[in-house]
Design a protein around this ligand. Structure first.
Ligand code: FES
Length: 208
């Protein structure tokens, strides 16, 4: 499959901004994408007013992984922690003037890594994370999974029709047909995202 990249993606891939690492960072995260195994490392340096004064990344992944991390770090630089928390994958995609649908997850990975680096900083300075219910955690995870058919998050696409949680088991009904081209990718991704939370995961595709 040949992928069409925008000029912006190619620019950021060939000349990425903020590459490297920060010695003694205020916050750090390394995250991987279950979809492809690619990884991103992000370090942030936060000043005493809560502004991200420096940010660096290292990529262990594809061209879009590099381009999206480059843009995510550019967007976060100079912002306060609270402003940076509101950066989402759509901002990154927009900045890059689009991504191929099968590469949208790269922008999600970049933004999630940024958020984890911020969480790491907050933990270090003693800001406690609010406790989430198991349903909230499930929807947080589903909110990271892309439907490659449309390039949207599966929750936004409204194809997650039912989630039933029963002790250590979860059953998820997805509104896609059994012969959908990306059915197995979506199923594998859901399983990989939810594995830390449940012993048994059942995905049922319900479109007739
Ligand atoms: Fe997975 Fe780019 S991060 S293909």
């Amino acid at each position: 499959m040949t992928l069409e990249y925008t000029k912006k993606v190619i620019e950021h891939f060939t000349n990425p901004k903020n590459v490297g690492e920060i010695k003694e960072p205020s916050g750090h995260a390394i995250e991987g994408s279950p979809a492809c195994g690619d990884m991103v490392n992000i370090d942030i340096k936060v000043d005493d007013k809560g502004t991200i004064e420096d940010i660096k990344f290292k990529s262990y992944g594809c061209a879009s992984n590099i381009a999206t991390a480059s843009v995510a770090t550019e967007l976060a630089k100079g912002k306060t922690i609270n402003e940076a928390k509101n950066i989402n994958w759509k901002d990154v995609e927009k900045e890059l003037e689009g991504l191929p649908q099968v590469k949208v997850h790269c922008s999600i990975l970049a933004v999630n890594t940024l958020k984890k680096a911020i969480e790491n900083y907050e933990e270090k300075i003693g800001i406690k994370k609010e406790k989430k219910s198991i349903e909230e955690k499930v929807y947080d995870e589903l909110g990271n999974i892309v439907n490659p058919n449309t390039g949207n998050i599966i929750v936004d696409d409204k194809i997650v029709k039912e989630v039933s949680i029963n002790e250590k088991k979860i059953i998820i009904k997805i509104d896609l047909s059994d012969d959908d081209l990306y059915k197995n990718n979506i199923s594998d991704e859901i399983k990989e995202h939810l594995e830390p939370l449940f012993e048994k995961i059942e995905i049922i595709f319900i479109k007739k």
